[in-house]
Structures are given as C-alpha cells and as structure tokens.
Design a protein. Structure first.
Length: 166
C-alpha cells in the first residue's frame, strides 16, 4: 500500500491592483461580461473572459433557460464559442467573476465540475496550460497556473479505448 499527497499551488491576491497586468485586463473583461449574462432564474450572473494563444480575448456569460438544464455556464459559453470560431487556438488564461442582487459575494468563484472538465480538455487538446483567475464580486483573487490544480486525476481522451481499425 502507498499513500500519496498531491501538492496544490495557488496564489491569492488581495486586490485587483496587485494582479499582473494581463490578468487584471482579463478580469476586467470578465466583469464587463457579467452584466450581459442571461440569468433570470438563479439571478447569479457569471462572467468569463479567456485569452487565446494569439492574444484575442473572448467573453462569455451564463445563459439560462426556463427548462433549467438547457442553460449553460459562462465558462463553457466562452470556451465553446472560442473553439467554434478559432478551432486551432489554445487558451492561455480564463478569468471568472460573478454578480448577484442577493448579497455581496466576497469569495473567489471556482468553476463547476462540468466546466472544469471542458477546461481540462481544452488544455490537453492544445497542450497549453490554462491560467485560471477567479474572483467573487469583490474580495481576494485566486489564481492557479494550470487545470490539474482544479481537476486532478482528469478523465481525458487517453483513457478511452483506441478505436478498432477494420
Ligand atoms: N454558473 C456558471 O456560469 N459558472 C459556474 O462555474 C458555476 C455556475 C451558472 C450556472 C447557472 O446559470 C448559475 O450560475 C447558478 O448556478
């Protein structure tokens, strides 16, 4: 038997002013995207902004629906749009933030499990580590340098059996 420990490295910044310039710019783009979210049911508006490897910034926000499960998170809206429009481009970083009329959210918002899965596959697909910048409406900013921090033991295409050749 063997017990192992995985160290997880993250950085906490006290305020936006302390962030590296690129991260600050991306977080501001996510803050801008929050206000265009369509979240009439949860009233939990999420904004995401990602930077492609060519420097382009893509924004996304959550899109809800009266048939609740038909909606989609901000992160996946941004990632799928990016993949649809720029299918050969990796993602260097993504910033995520929120806004809710039901109380000030002062803790960084981590992406949900399904979004982590898509983020991890994007990272693996382009062999390009994705920095994740997370913030509540206000308060500290948490940054991780790669998806393995948020989703260790990721299920990836390499775990699928190879297709049979006829
Ligand atoms: N949501 C996101 O957009 N991203 C996440 O990572 C967590 C949850 C959205 C989905 C839904 O529209 C609302 O937040 C409440 O769960």
């Amino acid at each position: 038997m063997k017990n192992e420990i995985i160290p997880l490295q993250f950085t906490l910044y006290e305020s936006e002013a302390d962030l590296p310039a690129d991260d600050k710019e991306l977080l501001e783009k996510a803050e801008e995207a929050v206000h265009k979210a369509y979240a009439p049911y949860s009233e939990f508006k999420v904004g995401a902004a990602l930077r492609l490897t060519n420097g382009m910034v893509i924004q996304g926000n959550n899109q809800e629906n009266a048939a609740y499960p038909s909606g989609l998170c901000a992160e996946r809206v941004a990632l799928f749009y990016a993949s649809a429009q720029y299918p050969s481009m990796g993602v260097d970083a993504i910033a995520i933030t929120v806004n809710s009329p039901n109380g000030l959210l002062e803790n960084p918002i981590p992406p949900c499990g399904a979004c982590r899965q898509v983020m991890a596959e994007t990272e693996s697909r382009f062999r390009n580590k994705m920095r994740v910048i997370m913030r509540g409406q206000t308060g500290p900013i948490m940054v991780v340098n790669e998806m393995s921090t948020l989703l260790p033991f990721t299920f990836l295409d390499k775990h699928l059996p190879k297709k049979r050749t006829k």
